[in-house]
Design a protein. Structure first.
Length: 357
């Protein structure tokens, strides 16, 4: 199915039954014990990531004024990505039962640890979960730099129109800038008076920037410090982009009034990534994106166990359940981006979409 075909225009409403399809699935998942917390797992995972984070900065200090510090930058890029993944689970209340503990640890890890505004990101991510791939409601498919459908391409101006012509070729180079984008967005969000704990968010965020830059320019000469920053931040951005891109990009989009129920809205706009234990660790469990979107507070080690239950249920309900290998998912993303940019390459703005697939 093409990502340019609005799901709510091509699919009929689900048949009415006693209780929703999702409620029946949820009972199966709960009966399997997959919504229960895993405190021991998260204690080990958080301790491991914290140890790697500490080890990375200790190695940075020990290596010192040497170009080998760029290898440390690459290592820390992966560690920062793992911190972001832990923060993601914290924000979804998978780690702590209480909201206050979740928010405190989330701000500590995100704002102070990696320079990402926790409050800004949580608000954005919550809206994404509520309306995945909805062109008007999901902030992750807003055409601020790239266009995600031909409808957006026809209306594009400025950078999206300039980049849209070759956006499939520019996608991976652009995600090298994703970490810088997160830093800037977190700082810009501090001007929003509705942001909770704005003073604390800003203090922790700028403390990270101050400590990070001080460490770089005290330990390394200026040129090497700039090189470290570029390698570290670009690889951190590439890692984050590589984690999140396969999940929804290239999947069908929603527009206008929604008609899909919760189960179909989450499943039909999400893609799972096949893989083993290494994929689970590298993608932090987000390779089970369908299960995560259906049960966002499910501990990540349970997502693999939930997958066969969800997949079988979707098959029985006649709901498309998409899985792909990691590289196949990237190919689908790039193919979708190239398709979405067609009107820009053709110089059209008003022609209707032609359904494909």
């Amino acid at each position: 199915m093409s990502s340019d075909i609005p799901l709510n225009q091509v699919l009929p409403p689900p048949p009415r039954k006693e209780g929703s399809d999702f409620a029946r699935l949820s009972k199966k998942i709960a009966a399997a014990g997959l919504l229960e917390r895993r405190p021991a797992y998260y204690a080990v995972r958080v301790a491991s990531v914290a140890a790697l984070y500490t080890a990375g900065w200790v190695a940075f200090a020990l290596v010192g004024d040497s170009w080998w510090s760029l290898a440390v930058a690459a290592f820390l890029a992966l560690v920062f990505g793992q911190v972001a993944l832990v923060t993601h689970d914290v924000a979804h209340r998978q780690v702590f039962r209480l909201r206050r503990a979740s928010e405190r640890s989330g701000r500590g890890a995100a704002n102070l640890g990696i320079g990402m505004g926790y409050g800004w990101w949580q608000d954005k991510h919550t809206r994404h979960h509520a309306h995945p791939n909805h062109e008007e409601l999901d902030p992750d498919v807003v055409p601020d730099l790239l266009v995600w459908s031909q409808t957006q391409a026809r209306a594009a101006t400025g950078l999206p129109r300039l980049l849209g012509r070759a956006q499939a070729f520019l996608f991976f180079p652009l995600i090298l800038l994703e970490a810088f984008n997160l830093h800037v967005a977190g700082v810009r969000a501090l001007t929003n008076r509705s942001l909770k704990c704005r003073g604390l968010e800003g203090t922790l965020l700028f403390a990270h920037f101050a400590l990070y830059l001080t460490a770089l320019f005290v330990v390394l000469p200026p040129g090497m410090a700039v090189a470290f920053l570029a390698v570290h931040q670009c690889l951190f951005g590439a890692y984050l982009g590589s984690i999140f891109a396969p999940n929804h990009k290239g999947m069908p989009t929603l527009t206008g009034p929604e008609r899909l129920d919760f189960l179909r809205r989450q499943v039909l706009t999400s893609r799972n990534v096949r893989g083993g234990w290494f994929t689970d660790i590298a993608l932090g469990g987000l390779n089970y994106q369908i299960e995560h979107h259906l049960f966002p507070n499910m501990p990540s080690p349970h997502l693999r166990k939930a997958q066969p239950i969800v997949r079988r249920y979707c098959q029985e309900a006649g709901i498309d359940y998409l899985e792909a290998g990691l590289f196949a998912s990237y190919r689908q993303v790039l193919k979708s981006l190239h398709h979405a940019g067609t009107p820009i390459r053709q110089g059209t703005r008003t022609a209707p979409d032609t359904p494909t697939g």
